[in-house]
Design a protein around this ligand. Structure first.
Ligand code: GLA
Length: 403
């Protein structure tokens, strides 16, 4: 039956070409995405005034100049679907509609991010995208959306790879480049399957603004900075340009001490994590603004090599993290997790630091590096002499070493 064979052949080719053609947008997140998201500070209390004022403040505060780009409205922007199934924003909170809001964000030179969920309902109980994936993607594209965070609540046992692939394909079919942020909390090890589906994937449950706590919410927990940090172990081999481990959004400015905020920000820079601020940028203190806008620390995070940092040496309660950078430079961060000030007496020459995955070595016996302190913004001599200093409790020292 040649006609049947031909038909099968055509169908096969069609299936093959659509699976080859459907993909994620490449080249969109060659360095970790930077921006702001409403959730950590505002939860469901979002409206268009907040988003407009926040966009304005990101520009006025210098955060845009420091690299923050995406303004992401998290859960609870949604109203009901209309009679044709199109999702609409909450008419009370977003009376001007999402297109107008996106236009305002774009007029500031920023990009527009939005949130949805694989289930029929989001975590906040609003309409999710299940069964409406292509229709929602089209709607987002028509609003000028540039970034979608896609959550995992009410998934009813869906296959994660399938659910996230469906939305990836839906986004791709719109032709509008949209960063796809997978928020599946690390439940199904997305680092093993998501690199061709999304640009970043959450590796853990939700973050909260404490140094080392776990908050129990009944069916789920949120975790402090050190807890989240410890959950990144072994994941560095999965990260690189266009594919990032996401240890969740920043809590800088949300209630920890200045030292803790500085340590949190430094470690997220070392991890090549997305830097998504989560505080009220309209009313932040100078200290918070300075922490979030430290361009030399941000340059470590945004380094084009895209290597994730790792704990290289552990000495007397101090963790010494290393991150290879382009041009054979290195970022080194001394993290003091304890409540006591720690003395540092670190002989660079006695500590060979190796990143086998990135194939980089820091060998101060062979090469002398210049040292720059990225928080005090001072040059500190070279690796010829041991480093003698102190690290305050819950704080860091962060350096860039260049040849
Ligand atoms: C989940 C996510 C959070 C946030 C909320 C919104 O908990 O992990 O980041 O998006 O849902 O309801």
């Amino acid at each position: 039956m040649p006609i049947v064979k031909t038909l099968f052949g055509v169908l096969f080719l069609f299936a093959l070409s659509s699976s080859i053609l459907a993909q994620k947008f490449d080249g969109l997140a060659l360095t970790p995405p930077m921006g702001w998201n409403s959730w950590n500070k505002f939860g469901c209390d979002v409206d268009e005034k907040l988003i407009r004022e926040t966009s304005d403040a990101i520009v006025a505060s210098g955060m845009k100049a420091a690299g923050y780009e995406y303004v992401v409205i998290d859960d609870c922007w949604q109203g009901e679907r209309d009679s044709l199934g199109f999702i609409r924003s909450d008419p009370k909170r977003f009376p001007s509609g999402m297109k107008a809001l996106g236009d305002h964000i774009h007029s500031k030179g920023l990009k527009f991010g939005i949130y949805s969920d694989v289930g029929a309902k989001t975590c906040g109980g609003r309409p999710g995208s299940r069964g409406y994936e292509y229709q929602d993607a089209k709607t987002y594209a028509s609003w000028g959306v540039d970034y979608l965070k896609y959550d995992w609540c009410n998934n009813e046992g869906l296959n994660a790879v399938g659910a996230y692939t469906t939305m990836r394909d839906a986004l791709f079919s719109t032709g509008r480049p949209i960063v796809f942020s997978i928020c599946e909390w690390g439940d199904n090890k997305p680092w093993e399957w998501a690199k061709n589906i999304g640009h970043l994937w959450r590796t853990t449950g939700d973050i909260t603004h404490c140094w080392d706590c776990e908050e129990n919410h009944g069916t789920w927990s949120s975790f402090g900075i050190m807890r989240i940090l410890d959950k990144q172990k072994g994941l560095k081999i999965h990260a690189g340009p266009g594919r990032w481990n996401d240890p969740d959004m920043l809590e800088v400015g949300n209630g920890m001490t200045v030292s803790e905020d500085r340590a949190h920000f430094s470690m997220w820079a070392m991890l090549a994590a997305p830097l998504i601020a989560g505080n009220d940028v309209r009313s932040m203190s100078n200290e918070t603004r300075e922490t979030l806008s430290n361009k030399e620390v941000i340059a470590v995070n945004q380094d084009p090599l895209g290597a994730q940092g790792f704990p290289a040496v552990s000495e007397d309660g101090l963790e010494i993290w290393a991150k290879p950078l382009s041009n054979d430079a290195w970022a080194i961060c001394f993290l003091n997790r304890s409540k006591e000030t720690k003395d540092v007496n670190f002989n660079w020459k006695e500590n060979l630091i190796k990143d086998d995955f990135a194939q980089k070595h820091l060998d101060a016996k062979k090469v002398t590096y210049k040292i720059r302190d990225l928080w005090s913004k001072r040059d500190m001599g070279t690796t010829e002499k041991p480093l003698r200093t102190v690290v305050p409790p819950h704080d860091v020292l962060m350096f860039r070493l260049t040849k």
